[in-house]
Ligand binder design. Structure first.
Ligand code: PGA
Length: 250
């Protein structure tokens, strides 16, 4: 089963619109004619429209790092799927571990956001992963299965076709500690088996599962050449055009 890899940049709370525009202008020539993989940028909400405009005419896709599930309403500080679509963005991250950790996002909220994104034709990248304590306690498989089970509640086989999962062990995010390819592959197999159990083998074999957590130019090829690893969600190393381009060219 060959799945087209998705290489995604999660800029977190970095870059003003001017900095985001400068990134895209420097980055585009570095990935011109690169068709092997899909590329997506997830800037902060204030740079979303700027990045969409700067990437227009390229194959690069743009998304939000977080999206509310409601179409509109009294939710101060939030961004709705309609707003995302209105500026020409197409993707959203859902349930990033920093959202879970600092903004109390639960699997139930992840599930609502997932349903909302699919209803609006937005491509969701659902983030899951275990903490260091959970890994050391031998709980990795249980945690991943629980996150998938609750996060995917009520999702149909048809809906599942566009969903992307990002496996991001929390202990590897922003720490410089990367999961070895073997650790990542083991976790991806658990995730794929759980998707197969819930949605069937065909859905599972088509679903893209990205790895995230301290992906850098130096370790990208050893991770991304694994057949089980269908792309990367990159934080720190995605902030510099040459560094992110080197990962795209793994
Ligand atoms: P990192 O972040 O590459 O800086 O570890 C990855 C992420 O949080 O998506």
């Amino acid at each position: 089963m060959s799945r087209k890899a998705l290489i995604a940049a999660n800029w977190k709370m970095y870059k003003t619109p001017a900095e985001a525009k400068a990134f895209v202008e420097a980055f585009l020539p570095l990935v011109a004619n690169h068709s092997r993989d899909e590329i997506a940028l997830f800037p902060s909400v204030t740079s979303l429209a700027t990045v969409v405009a700067a990437a227009a005419g390229s194959t690069i896709r743009v998304g939000l790092q977080n999206m509310h599930f409601a179409d509109e309403g009294a939710y101060t500080g939030e961004t709705s799927p309609l707003m995302l679509r209105a500026v020409g963005a197409t993707h959203t991250l859902i349930g990033h571990s920093e959202r879970r950790q600092y903004f109390a996002e639960t699997d139930e909220v992840v599930n609502k956001k997932l349903h909302s994104a699919l209803r609006h034709g937005i491509l969701p990248v659902v983030c899951i992963g275990e903490s260091l304590a959970e890994r050391e306690a031998g709980e990795t498989a249980r945690v991943l299965k629980t996150q998938i089970h609750h996060g995917f509640a009520g999702i149909t086989v048809e809906q599942a076709a566009t969903i992307v999962i990002a496996y991001e062990p929390v202990w590897a995010i922003g720490t410089g500690k990367t999961a070895t390819p073997e650790m990542a592959v083991d976790a991806h197999r658990i995730v794929r088996a759980e998707i197969a159990a819930i949605l069937g083998a065909a859905v599972a074999s088509h679903m893209r599962i990205l790895y995230g957590g301290s992906v850098k130019p130096e370790n990208a090829s050893s991770l991304l050449n694994e057949e089980e690893i269908d792309g990367a969600l990159v934080g720190g190393a995605s902030l510099i055009p040459s560094s992110f381009a080197a990962i795209v060219h793994y």
